[in-house]
Design a protein around this ligand. Structure first.
Ligand code: SAM
Length: 292
């Protein structure tokens, strides 16, 4: 047996041995609490059927706890200084592959073909680098990888935006971009004290799970996302106001928009923030049908 990586002493010892300090620019905040890690693994329902994709293994604290439960773990790390560390700290495990790559540059379709074709279940688990939380999530969701669940640590405020419901302050185009694909819930919040070094913000774990059925069959996804962004450009203004900014004020366009909203059953005087994803879907399909 060997000591867990995620303790204050072991983390300090590893950093000292390799002469490393955490790089702020890469969002490096290492977890030093094994219980938190176990709770993350549990939230991911990781089992021997699971292939885990991890972003940013750091010195291997979470990777290790994942490897104990998962079939296999594939982790992407951008920082070349950490490769020899990971080779050392994770040497007791034979079900981990570390890939030295910027996650935002990974060709996820090619990665699927080379690594995931035979996976029984795919779960993304990460203590994300906070400076690129949103781009990482959006990339995974838009990639169409058959991801079953994602369990992600992020800034608490971002977690509440991703999981927000209509007519709340946190609800916006980001909530819709995520909840279009996945059900989202905050699993638990995490105090700053479990990190080394401590971040300036509070954190939370979000759990995203694949929607069993899509609420609505959106005909034109590009138009759908254009509309969801347009509706929030000026939050305090009506949907109608924001749509005119996005689509122009030509009389013919206004007539088409007005008819489309009527046929979708959506009052143009409402604010965008009151619309559910299903309503955005209906509106988008009505706009497509009207040739907008
Ligand atoms: N998983 C470790 C833990 O929980 O202690 C470290 C988490 S730390 C918050 C974020 C990790 O992501 C760091 O190891 C950092 O080097 C890595 N990282 C930052 N940007 C990345 C990128 N674009 N692609 C892959 N990894 C990245």
């Amino acid at each position: 047996t060997h000591k867990d990586i995620a303790t204050p002493n072991r983390t300090k010892e590893i950093l000292r041995t390799y002469g490393l300090s955490a790089k702020k620019s890469l969002g490096q905040n290492f977890i030093i609490d094994t219980n938190i890690l176990r709770n993350i693994v549990e939230a991911g329902e990781v089992s021997d059927r699971t292939t885990v994709i991890e972003v940013g293994p750091g010195i291997g604290a979470l990777t290790e706890q994942l490897a104990k439960q998962a079939g296999n773990v594939i982790a992407f790390e951008i920082d070349d200084r950490l490769l020899p560390v990971l080779a050392d700290t994770l040497s007791p495990y034979d079900n981990i592959e570390i890939i030295h790559e910027d996650i935002l540059n990974v060709d996820l379709e090619a990665f699927y073909a080379s690594h995931l074709k035979d996976a029984k279940e795919i779960v993304v688990v990460a203590n994300l680098p906070y400076y690129i939380t949103t781009p990482i999530i959006i990339r995974f969701l838009e990639s169409q990888l058959p991801i079953d669940r994602m369990v992600l640590m992020m800034q608490k405020e971002v977690a509440s935006r991703l999981s927000a419901q209509p007519s709340t302050k946190a609800y916006g185009s980001l909530s819709i971009a995520v909840q279009y694909y996945m059900d989202a819930e905050v699993a638990f919040t995490v105090p700053k004290t479990v990190f080394m070094p401590q971040p300036n913000v509070d954190s939370a774990i979000i759990r995203l799970s694949r929607k069993a059925t899509m609420g609505i069959d959106v005909k034109d996804e590009e138009l759908f996302f254009t509309l969801t962004r347009a509706a929030f450009v000026q939050r305090r203004k009506t949907l109608w106001n924001n749509l005119q900014v996005a689509f122009g004020k030509k009389q013919t366009v206004k007539e088409k928009m007005s008819e489309a909203l009527t046929s979708a059953g959506i009052d143009p005087k409402r604010r965008g923030e009151t619309l559910s994803i299903e309503e955005f879907g209906r509106m988008s399909n009505a706009f497509s049908a009207a040739g907008l």
